[in-house]
Write a protein that binds this ligand. Structure first.
Ligand code: BYC
Length: 316
């Protein structure tokens, strides 16, 4: 089959909403885009364990600690599914980690903000996982098979994460005035960064047009951001939280909440390495990776022994 025929077949597949699978032919740029997005998604899941890990030893009850531990473990698992999905495209996990450590691969801007109080754990679950679900429900229909299937499982777990976060916020808003203040303070600090998670506005998004044509992205950054805003503003008001936006208003004609302007200068600062915690997050990841080298070496040595034992068994 000529390259032209292969491209034709690929385009028909996309048009008919069939999944692209690892051994299928795909344009090199499609492969590169998928590796970029899936590996950045995987890095986000793993780096995202850090702000929450900060609170495991200070969770207010045993129940809260168990829930938080389970959630953090889930995030690690999501990272693993996603690294595996990216590996089906021909890149090695070690190479992806190297790109992260060298600053060549990004991870979500949101994880460069600190988790200062227990209410931040509520805000992360409710707002950060809430935003992630809106994005990931849409990605369940992405055109690359292994990524789409990974998203189905991840969304189920994110749904539990979002609810546990909202439960923390509800508890605090039903508490004493200090707890209410703490919950509002967390809302004030996490609201705008959560809106930035969806990426730059459509007019400035470099990858959206091509990614939508290939059905990698099924909806644009602004469409998903608006969906999150509409859901979340009502949830905030229901428990008595204020949205930190003096320009927020409900547009009766469109049925949507309209927000003030997002500080895109802050977003660019954060994704270019200058957020409040970028340095700390990378330093911690590099240290954990280096500290874990002996585990990887031991696992490889064990696999080698097993392989040799198998060989001997066959020759005997
Ligand atoms: N942060 O052309 P655009 C979680 C970059 S973790 C950093 O719109 P695209 C959780 C973008 O990469 C869930 N960078 O790009 C875990 C590009 O730069 P490069 C994380 C961002 O790809 C633990 C440039 O800006 N979810 O839930 O079409 C605890 C131009 O952007 C961001 C995912 O990773 C950002 N926010 O669209 C709790 C979802 N936004 O690569 C919770 C998967 C944009 O050219 N990813 N950039 O250097 C996606 O859906 C898409 O990649 C995005 C961006 C919507 C994020």
């Amino acid at each position: 089959m000529t390259e032209e025929d292969k491209l034709k077949r690929f385009n028909i597949c996309i048009e008919q909403d069939e999944k692209i699978e690892p051994k299928d032919w795909m344009p090199e740029q499609y492969r590169k885009t998928m590796i970029r997005q899936i590996s950045q998604h995987a890095h986000s899941e793993v780096i995202g364990m850090q702000p929450e890990g900060n609170w495991v030893l200070r969770a207010p009850t045993l129940r809260a600690k168990k829930i938080l531990l389970a959630k953090i473990q889930d995030e690690g698992g999501h990272g693993l599914y996603l690294y595996s999905a990216a590996e089906t495209l021909g890149i090695d996990r070690g190479e992806m980690i190297k790109q992260l450590h060298e600053g060549k691969a990004k991870y979500s801007s949101i994880f460069n903000y600190p988790a200062l109080t227990w209410a931040d754990i509520g805000a992360i679950g409710w707002l950060v996982d809430g935003a992630a679900i809106v994005n990931q429900v849409s990605l369940q229909r992405t055109s690359y098979g292994p990524y789409a299937r990974g998203m189905v499982r991840i969304c189920k777990e994110e749904s539990f994460h979002q609810r546990q976060g909202y439960e923390i916020m509800v508890t605090m808003m039903n508490g004493i005035s200090e707890q209410k203040k703490m919950a509002q303070d967390a809302m004030d600090r996490w609201w705008w960064p959560a809106l930035m998670m969806f990426g730059p506005p459509d007019g400035e998004s470099v990858h959206t047009k091509q990614s939508m044509q290939w059905k990698i992205k099924r909806e644009s950054n602004d469409v998903l951001r608006q969906r999150f805003i509409d859901k979340t503003v009502d949830q905030a008001h229901f428990i008595g939280l204020e949205v930190p936006d003096k320009d927020l208003k409900f547009n009766e004609a469109t049925g949507h909440w309209e927000t003030g302007t997002i500080n895109w200068k802050e977003f660019h600062e954060v994704i270019n390495g200058n957020g409040p915690c970028n340095h700390q997050r990378m330093k911690h990841h590099i240290k954990a990776h280096n500290d874990g080298k002996w585990v990887r070496d031991a696992a490889l040595a064990f696999a080698e022994t097993e392989k040799n034992d198998q060989k001997q068994l066959i020759t005997n």
